[in-house]
Design a protein around this ligand. Structure first.
Ligand code: NAP
Length: 290
């Protein structure tokens, strides 16, 4: 593409940012949609996030993504925050507004759109959520937002699971989340569940690992959604399929959180066909490093 006097700049604030796939997604979108926009990663050290936001505003950077370790630390530096992102207590997308930026959480809405595109409707579902870190946090708030009937939240560190369950319950004024340790999974009542895998266990290169391996868990799962996308087919997904369930990975979540951000920055809607081309490109890119 030609960079000229009208080129708009978007970017990523994170630390580190060297392995991000976001430039691939956003620059492909700009190219496909014929927009004069470039997306660049900015490595921003933890104590520099406030200065980075002020600097971006002064430079009139059109939009930003925010990743680890800044997703919550950036909140005091925002002019406005979307009410749903405020509940989550974390943002991953900043959109220009008068005098600064408005924060959004497209990890949540991107996961929702990814699931919808796979024919998954969370409303009324019984959910098992594995993990209580950043990715699981977005999934936990999405479950409450989308009206699931109950969530069994399992994490290695019980205090973290309890804390997240409490925050979601407070945020939505209903206590639909039960916190357990991983070892307590047998306490989950009999039934048919959607399971969301939000831990980092099984991530490349440790591809033979799953956070729980016992068939007793997987017998309860009709659909397994792993937020990991490297490898493309995780051990968790294989265990789900071995017990007759359907299984998906996190590649679509990655694509749709970016697409939602791109839409917010540009005031447009990305078509399903363009989204599919982005997902295909990500598939090829992530396959090469396995
Ligand atoms: P994080 O905040 O560091 O959380 C890691 C989670 O994994 C915690 O719940 C942690 O439990 C658990 N865990 C780590 N090692 C474990 C072990 N050996 N045994 C049991 N549990 C273990 O990481 P994150 O940002 O949430 O990322 C988690 C995964 O989601 C990563 O694999 C990442 O690739 C994926 N992700 C995908 C997307 C997407 O767009 N698809 C976006 C973000 C992240 P403790 O609390 O006990 O430490």
């Amino acid at each position: 593409m030609e960079i000229n006097g009208r080129t708009r700049i978007c970017g990523l604030l994170g630390y580190p940012v060297a392995h991000t796939l976001s430039p691939l997604i956003h620059n492909t979108l700009a190219e496909e949609l014929g927009q004069n926009l470039v997306y660049v990663p900015f490595p921003v050290k933890p104590d520099k996030i406030g200065e980075a936001v002020k600097g971006a505003c002064a430079l009139d950077i059109a939009g930003l993504n925010v990743t680890v370790p800044h997703k919550s630390a950036v909140l005091p530096w925002l002019k406005e925050i979307d009410p749903l992102a405020e509940k989550v207590g974390a943002v991953n997308t900043l959109v220009r507004c008068p005098g600064g930026y408005r924060g959004y959480n497209t990890d949540l809405t991107g996961l929702q759109r990814a699931m919808e595109s796979d024919g998954i409707d969370l409303k009324g579902e019984k959910v098992i959520l594995l993990g209580a870190g950043g990715a699981a946090r977005a999934a936990a708030f999405l479950c409450a937002h989308a009206g699931v009937s109950e969530v069994w939240l399992l994490n290695r560190t019980s205090e973290r699971a309890r804390q997240l369950a409490e925050e979601v319950s407070t945020g939505f004024g209903r206590s639909c989340i039960h916190a357990l340790t991983l070892a307590e999974y047998r306490q989950i009542p009999a039934g048919s569940y959607l399971a969301i895998q939000g831990t980092s266990v099984g991530l490349y290169p440790d591809t033979e690992a799953a956070v729980i391996c016992e068939a007793g868990l997987y017998e309860k799962i009709h659909t397994g959604y792993d937020l990991i996308y490297r490898p493309f087919d995780t051990r968790f997904m294989q265990l789900v399929r071995e017990q007759g369930g359907r299984a998906y990975n996190g590649l679509k979540m990655l694509a749709y959180q970016a697409i939602e951000a791109y839409e917010l920055w540009n005031g447009i809607k990305v078509s399903r066909e363009t989204a599919e081309r982005i997902i295909q490109k990500l598939k090829e890119e992530t396959k090469t490093d396995e």
